[in-house]
Design a protein around this ligand. Sequence first.
Ligand code: FAD
Length: 278
Amino acid sequence: MKVLLVFAHPEPRSLNGALRDVAIKELEVQGHEVRMSDLYAARWKSEIDYADFRLLAPDARLKVAKASGEAFATNTLTEDVKAEHEKLLWADVLILQFPLWWYAMPAILKGWVDRVYAYGFAYGVGEHSDKYWGKRFGEGTLAGKRAMLLVTTGGWEEHYSAHGINGPIDDLLFPINHGVLFYPGYDVLPPFVAYRVDRLDETGFHLVAERLRERMRTLGSTPPIPYRRQNGGDYAIPTLQLRPGLADPGANGFALHLDGTDTADETSPRGRRAASGR
Ligand code: FAD
């Protein structure tokens, strides 16, 4: 497979730098082709602004989505963004690697998303009407490809558990997994998270590295998170609310968007729809 790793840490000699090298080495041992976008090394411009849209008149009001769509359609996006599009289209698998900073990705990576995810490329794809709300959440430009997060945290695993003070890690990562990766079509693999890393010793490092190697070995076979597809029939159009009766009893919040039901089970709502071809 072809793998693109987007790396967002300012220090190549960091733990993240070491884990990146572990991941790339294992992928290459497995015969995969790897490319990297090292955002700090490239001095990635993270703010989206006027300079991104050279067709825009100097006195024109900047409307980002409109300018982005025009620049994408006329092939006038900046060269750094176009280079990332080429890599994303090339890759079968995308890995976003970062330390968790303030419960989110570092600003430079958010800025990579803001600028690379152009209108017409990652959003604004497909028909948008009262009957069809675009190709997104399971469909889109990057459909058929896989993506996963590689994250390190200072907090303990327990702090990110269901009752932990930080909130569940799956909830914290939902806006990235669902909103950034599933949105343009990726099949999203469960994240690799290394917890409590700030005082990691040699033994701890080797355990994390081995766990990471195993994830790299199973990149092509790990089942994706079963997010419900926007246009798969689970959501009413145009309100995009989950249809009544589909949620697992007791599920709420982000977990509502996971499809835990089995299409082979014709007693479940989803199974009945699958069986009837709807
Ligand atoms: P490093 O500091 O480079 O290394 C961490 C440890 O790993 C060190 O003990 C080091 O000796 C060891 N190590 C490094 N490389 C090796 C190697 N090759 N072999 C063996 N051992 C090695 N945490 C949270 O949980 N939630 C937050 O919201 C959060 N917000 C933060 C915000 C900011 C601005 C900052 C700076 C930190 C925040 N943290 C948070 C903590 C942060 O997530 C961790 O510091 C980070 O994940 C550690 O990754 P690193 O690559 O920077 O580690």
